[in-house]
Design a protein around this ligand. Structure first.
Ligand code: KG4
Ligand code: ZN
Length: 341
């Protein structure tokens, strides 16, 4: 079976073709970063318009790369949520219509299920059951995964997502959008422990997260350093380091708790923030200490992409999950509403 995947939920147009015998046959990605940079964040209307411009040319390019035509495609998968409504509707409308025109089935994919399954595109793929830490710009979730569609939410952020906290803190530090990776780069130059920020919600039991207070702690520290006229380049790096370390420690503490609570020893980490080197190092150490294993997608499949949507879509199509003719998108869509395949 061969599936065309379309991802347009936020600021990346991702198109891919996945074949269950051959793997990823084509992978096209267009990032709107430059478009939104002047505004310091994603402007939804501009995102939708840009997806309209890019989706069909990228589908054509992916078909060409894979050396196939529409007749070689067995189904079309598109991200139907969660995400920006206008952006989602572009992928949903194009995906649903193409499938209709080609006489093939269409399937609606949950964006976070796409992220969650992305490590399965790697040679060393995790087996079920496992605990998944999903850390993106929109979500921070700890999930017990017993199979595709068998998701039990163990914990989630009660305010900002981890990626969102990275981006907002980066903005406070005058780093350009998207700030997460830039803040991580600056943190590499930081002195460990010159500043220490709180590890929110780790003192009490439970698996939920809260990251908005960290942003405030950073803002207060920056203001104090500016007032003391000591907010130089090294201080900025030291603050970035302290912020990143607080996020990474907090995520690691909750992952350990979730693994002990479930008795599982496999951890899948996915979503944009899973590209963070410091997070990977710490979680790999944690898994070594627990005699378990950590699984990640390759870097290009950590952030939004079409490959994960084509892969998740294929699994669902194979199980007979087919989208009706209406074009549907859900800006909010709880992961645990998905059905098992
Ligand atoms: O999964 P993703 O591409 O989009 C959503 O579904 O939200 O995640 C994007 C998020 C952004 O907040 C970005 O700043 C963050 O992932 N991110 C990182 C890194 N790379 C991307 N955060 C920290 N360190 C990184 N290396
Ligand atoms: Zn995402």
């Amino acid at each position: 079976m061969r599936v065309l995947g379309i991802e347009t939920s936020c600021d990346e147009t991702g198109i891919a073709i996945y074949d269950d015998q051959l793997g990823i046959m084509a992978h096209q990605l267009y990032s709107q970063v430059a478009l939104h940079a002047d505004y310091g964040g994603v402007v939804p209307e501009l995102a939708s318009r840009d997806h309209i411009r890019k989706t069909i040319p990228l589908i054509e390019a992916a078909l060409k790369d894979a050396g196939c035509t529409k007749d070689d495609i067995d189904g079309v998968a598109f991200t139907a949520g969660p995400g920006l409504m206008g952006a989602l509707l572009v992928g949903a409308t194009i995906g649903r219509s193409l499938a209709f025109a080609w006489g093939k089935p269409a399937v609606a994919v949950h964006h976070m299920e796409g992220h969650l399954l992305a490590p399965m595109l790697e040679e060393r793929a995790p087996e079920f059951p496992f605990v998944a830490l999903l850390v993106s710009g929109g979500h921070t979730l700890l999930v017990r995964v017993d199979g595709i569609g068998c998701y039990e939410i163990l914990g989630e952020s009660v305010d900002d997502a981890a990626g969102e906290a990275f981006d907002k803190t980066a903005k406070l530090m005058d780093l350009d959008y998207p700030g997460g990776p830039r803040l991580a780069k600056l943190a590499e130059l930081g002195t460990p422990n010159r500043f220490v920020f709180p590890r929110p919600m780790t003192a009490k039991p439970g698996l939920d997260f809260s990251f908005s207070g960290l942003k405030t702690a950073t803002a207060t520290t920056i203001a104090a350093e500016i007032a003391a006229d000591t907010y130089d380049q090294q201080t900025r790096a030291d603050i970035a380091h302290a912020f990143q370390q607080a996020v990474v420690d907090t995520l690691a503490i909750k992952c350990k708790r979730a693994l002990l609570q479930t008795g599982l020893n496999r951890l899948v980490v996915a979503g944009g923030v899973s590209a963070n080197v410091s997070l990977r190092e710490q979680l790999s150490e944690l898994m070594a200490s627990l005699k378990g294993e950590a699984f990640y997608p390759r870097n290009e499949y950590c952030t939004d992409n079409g490959a994960m949507i084509a892969f998740a879509g294929l699994q669902r199509l194979k199980a007979g999950d087919v989208e009706p003719l209406a074009v549907r998108a859900r800006p909010r869509w709880p992961l645990d509403e998905l059905t098992a395949v």
